[in-house]
Write a protein that binds this ligand. Structure first.
Ligand code: COA
Ligand code: AMP
Length: 516
């Protein structure tokens, strides 16, 4: 999260090169997967990232990924940060500062390359249902139109004002609302390398807002839950001059009404939930601040924005009446800015988004639209979970857990977490005859996921059980396991193979203090 990250993205755009930004919290293997899919000519990296209390050296990640990937990258451009030195490899690596200085000395101006509106600007990988992430393609023209329109009409920001998306350039929010959106609109954007709490305290957001005259802040509800936990009375808020600050936008995960109420109460400003995805690139539903705010309905991320026609269908594709929970879909064609396809994977694009409900784009979210046209998003319909606003695949985690030599079978589910919304919980069944210490194996499984996917997976809980609950046809009953772990009411599934297993699981979870 340094200015050079944005420079690098914009330089690619200027050259007509396609960029693919990778979040710093992923492990080398995830980076290698992306290198093999995107097949980049050049990698641009900092020498490190900063997390509270620790420096994340990127050299092991980068060297490890390049070593692992079959596609060979010819050059890396490295920004040396003072906190960690990157040992440049002769012939491969180029020092960013030296390269910029040499270009300046040689007065080497590089003109903008004209591209078609439909040419790709970037590929951003996001979690799919397997360990192979989806390369969401963004085009140039539609994206620019959608972002410029949304800055003015949806976020209500004027050119020259300061807009702050407290996210990371590694996510779509960072692409759209740290880099491209504010800049194309002539607004000022803020790059913030830090957290809402602990860097150094729960007043950081208010300090940045007051120091830079921020008019609108965009972040994930998790950030506010974290601030609320540290500073429940909102004492830090009154220490700063927030006179220019007008409005707070929340997205990335469900905004729970208590968090919205708390933010409204402490800030005295409108708090606007809105809903979208990496695939759409800008809000699908919102309460449009620029066009004029509608009455807020708590728990709803607003109404469909122009260009989007939202429908709710049952599993057979029939339209559901207002207020009935079903599959949230968008009528085709998708408006400008939405993904035209997946990188090198047209078939996967059709299969993942278009095939199940002909004529509609499948969002893979479940929800309903009320009689006033307000949308409510309740859950995902696939195995994606949302941890601190980060979109993660439990299927991808299961693939890694299953690599442990002592694991015969496994399941990973998302359970409720008061701060992060959801958190992953792994269940493992050990191979017959394994006599090793179970706690040691569980620690190894946690370490394996951290090593193969990265710390961002926040995978910290594993419970060893005797067997997994399945239907007679062999489908793992993940939904029931989640209800037990979350201490919700659950019914014995009629198709269960052996009902005793669920009791075994309840006992195993109770021993760990999970579930009631
Ligand atoms: N590089 C390396 N590691 C990273 C990282 C990065 N860019 N971002 C996160 N991580 C690591 C964290 O250090 C943490 O590691 P740990 O397990 O050793 O503690 C792990 O990944 C999980 O990170 P996170 O989910 O962010 O949890 P946290 O406990 O560090 O912080 C919050 C909690 C609430 C402060 C944090 O999640 C937050 O600021 N959330 C806001 C949500 C947000 O910005 N979402 C983006 C989408 S809009
Ligand atoms: P991402 O592609 O990482 O932006 O994640 C998109 C997913 O996050 C959506 O499909 C939803 O499941 C979830 N999401 C994003 N915004 C919201 C919101 N405002 N309310 C509920 N869920 C949301």
């Amino acid at each position: 999260m340094i200015a050079e990250a944005a420079f690098a993205m914009l330089a690619c755009a200027r050259l007509g090169a396609v960029h693919s930004v990778v979040f710093g919290g992923f492990a080398a293997r995830e980076l290698a997967t992306r290198i093999d899919d995107a097949r980049p000519k050049v990698i641009i990296s900092a020498s490190c990232g900063l997390e509270p209390g620790r420096i994340i050296a990127y050299q092991p990640l980068l060297d490890g990924a390049i070593e692992m990937a079959s596609h060979k990258v010819s050059h890396c451009v490295v920004v040396q940060r003072p906190q960690a030195h990157f040992e440049l490899k002769a012939g491969r690596d180029i020092d960013y500062a030296q390269a910029v200085a040499a270009a300046k000395a040689a007065r080497r101006d590089v003109p903008c390359v004209t591209v078609a509106a439909t040419d790709p600007l970037y590929v951003l990988y996001t979690s799919g249902t397997t360990g192979q992430p989806k390369g969401v393609v963004r085009d140039c023209g539609g994206h620019m139109v959608a972002l410029a329109w949304s800055m003015e009409n949806e976020f209500g920001v004027k050119p020259g004002e300061v807009f702050w998306a407290a996210s990371d350039v590694g996510w779509v929010v960072g692409h759209s609302y740290i880099v491209y959106g504010p800049l194309i609109h002539g607004a000022t954007s803020i790059l913030f390398e830090g957290k809402p709490v602990g860097t150094p305290d729960a007043g950081t957001f208010w300090r940045v807002i007051s120091e830079h005259g921020v008019v609108a802040l965009f972040t994930a509800p998790t950030a506010f839950r974290a601030i609320k936990k540290e500073d429940p009375q909102g004492e830090f808020v009154s220490k700063y001059d927030l006179s220019k600050f007008r409005i707070l936008f929340l997205a990335g995960e469900r905004a729970d009404p208590p968090t919205i109420h708390w933010a409204e109460d402490k800030l005295g400003r409108p708090v606007i939930d809105h809903w979208w995805q990496t695939e759409t690139g800008s809000p699908v539903s919102q309460n449009p601040a620029g066009l004029g705010l509608l009455p807020v309905k708590y728990g709803s991320p607003g109404v469909a924005m122009p260009g989007y026609e939202i429908h709710v269908l049952d599993d057979a594709g029939h339209e559901l009446p207002a207020g009935t929970l079903g599959n949230v879909v968008i009528k085709l064609p998708l408006p400008p800015g939405c993904l035209p396809t997946l990188w090198n994977a047209d078939d996967r694009f059709r299969e993942a988004y278009l095939d199940e409900f002909p004529g509609y784009y499948k969002t893979a979210d479940a929800g309903y639209v009320d009689e006033d046209g307000y949308l409510f998003i309740m859950a995902r319909t696939d195995d994606i979970i949302n941890v601190a606003g980060h979109r993660l695949s439990t299927g991808g985690m299961e693939e890694v857990v299953a690599m442990h030599p002592d694991v015969a079978e496994c399941a990973v589910i998302g359970i409720a977490d008061a701060m992060k919304g959801q958190t992953p919980l792994g269940f493992v069944v050990l191979n017959a005859g394994v006599a090793r210490d179970v706690a040691t194996i569980e620690r190894e499984v946690v370490a394996l996921v951290r090593d193969k996917i990265g710390p961002v997976a926040a995978f910290k809980m594993v419970v060893t059980i005797k067997r997994l609950p399945k239907t007679r046809s062999g489908k793992i009953l993940r939904g029931t396991m989640q209800k037990i772990a979350d201490a919700e009411d659950w019914k014995m599934p009629a198709t269960i193979d052996d009902p005793a297993i669920l009791e075994e699981i309840t006992v195993s979870l109770k021993e760990r203090g999970i579930g009631a």
